[in-house]
Design a protein around this ligand. Structure first.
Ligand code: COA
Length: 139
């Protein structure tokens, strides 16, 4: 296994849309990140993929916040490849890039019903805060 982390490209978008289509990652209105939405995140350092010998096995999409932070919208690894360190490599690379850009903190939503995912973020030294209800409105 040789994991490479690189910026996402348009050719990856269909596979990433599929990767992120997990019940725990749906938005409050039941929608998911589509290829069209994901395309808006291309060409900057906030959208990375993990590849194993040319095969896409993980992805992370984020965006900068005004006050020195970054919001991680989605981070996922292919189901059959979880627990092999891929999510950690992806997250660590992203953190290194963010530090290089002078970003000081990250925020994300973690599914409260997934103890293993919570353990993953705890291990990466995220502070886990209060549970909230996601409130979303199209305007
Ligand atoms: C959370 C996630 C990105 C971690 O990636 P990963 O490659 O499995 O993580 P690593 O191999 O680097 O680290 C392993 C740890 O991740 C956690 N983990 C979460 N779900 C796991 C799974 N299905 N299988 C194995 N480990 C999992 C565990 O804490 C595990 O530690 P353990 O082996 O001591 O139990 C991945 O499991 C995933 O895609 N989950 C579903 C999507 C999700 O909830 N994303 C986060 C919200 S943005």
């Amino acid at each position: 296994m040789k994991i490479t982390i690189r910026p996402a490209a348009s050719k990856d978008l269909a596979a990433i849309e599929k990767l992120f289509r997990l019940p725990e990652l749906s938005l409050a209105n039941g929608q998911y990140f589509t290829v069209a939405l994901l395309a808006a995140y291309l060409k900057d350092d906030y959208f990375l993929v993990a590849e194993d010998e040319g095969l896409l096995v993980g992805a992370l999409v984020a965006e900068p916040l005004r006050n020195g932070g970054a919001m991680v919208w989605e981070l996922a690894v292919e189901k059959e490849r979880r627990g092999q360190g891929i999510g950690s490599v992806l997250l660590k690379k992203f953190i290194a890039i963010m530090k290089g850009k002078g970003r000081q903190w990250l925020i994300l939503y973690a599914p409260s019903a997934s103890p293993r995912t919570l353990a993953f973020y705890r291990r990466h030294r995220f502070c886990l805060g209060k549970k909230h209800i996601e409130a979303l409105k199209n305007i």
